[in-house]
Design a protein around this ligand. Structure first.
Ligand SMILES: C[S@@+](CC[C@H](N)C(=O)[O-])C[C@H]1O[C@@H](n2cnc3c(N)ncnc32)[C@H](O)[C@@H]1O
Length: 225
């Protein structure tokens, strides 16, 4: 089921229009981020965006960051969907925020499945509420800490990582993905300077793929096929 009449709706959105699109979809991003910020400020009045998230979630949850910086713009998410090779596969979003990617996939990859893993329960609950409202039946968000040694990554055909947390946590996740690559092939879509340089410098088991949107994100795959 399409969310908008124009299936290319998300591709034509400027970054400035993303906030209005959240509102149109019913995603209460601004209110939830403000609530998180006021909780963090009460705990740590002299804190800032580098410390507030850690005080609430024992991870870098980026509380206090402007929501439109925290989240990947809809237009880029639509471009990423065009780069996914397995159109009916499982896309796993590591540090998923509100699961915007799951909503865009409803239009761009209607046969694929989406799992977003996110540590902040309020974001998970809000994203799942909107998935239900929009009938995104193949999308779900899970509340979990990616950095916990007891957490096993879901098996995916494509993983999306946008500099989700501390460098140590991202390194841990990359180690887990490397282990998974022994049993399964997959793509990685990497957004953000931290994850892209980490992969380029420390993960030669991944091959960089050609990508018309290299200025925005990088694409990798486990095997040259
Ligand atoms: C930069 S945001 C990206 C959100 C989304 N992927 C996007 O591009 O729109 C990173 C998200 O990762 C989450 N995160 C940080 N550390 C985490 C952890 N250890 N486990 C799970 N999620 C985490 C943060 O709370 C935040 O919502």
């Amino acid at each position: 089921m399409h969310i908008f009449e124009d299936p290319s709706f998300f591709e034509s959105l400027s970054t400035q229009e993303c906030q209005r699109t959240d509102e149109a979809l019913g995603l209460e991003v601004n209110q939830i981020e403000l609530d998180l910020l006021s909780k963090a400020r009460a705990l740590m009045p002299m804190g800032d965006v580098t410390s507030w998230g850690k005080s609430l979630h024992e991870a870098q949850s980026w509380v206090g960051l402007h929501p439109q910086t925290l989240l990947t713009p809809y237009q880029e998410l639509a471009w990423m969907c065009e780069c996914v090779k397995d159109q009916s596969g499982h896309v796993v979003d590591l540090g998923a925020g509100y699961g915007r990617l799951g909503i865009v996939m409803q239009e761009k990859l209607p046969l694929a499945f989406y799992t977003g893993v996110e540590i902040v329960k309020q974001r998970v609950d809000e994203g799942n509420r909107v998935f239900e409202k929009l009938h995104c039946e193949k999308a779900r968000l899970i509340a979990a800490d990616l950095a916990s040694s007891s957490y096993e990554l879901p098996l995916g055909d494509c993983y999306f990582i946008y500099d989700y947390g501390t460098l140590d946590h991202i390194r841990w996740t990359m180690g887990q993905l490397q282990n998974l690559s022994d049993i399964h092939r997959f793509q990685i879509v990497a957004r953000g300077a931290g994850i892209r340089s980490l992969i380029d410098m420390a993960h030669p088991w991944l091959h960089k793929m050609e990508n018309p949107h290299e200025a925005y994100f990088s694409l990798y795959q486990t095997h040259l096929t």
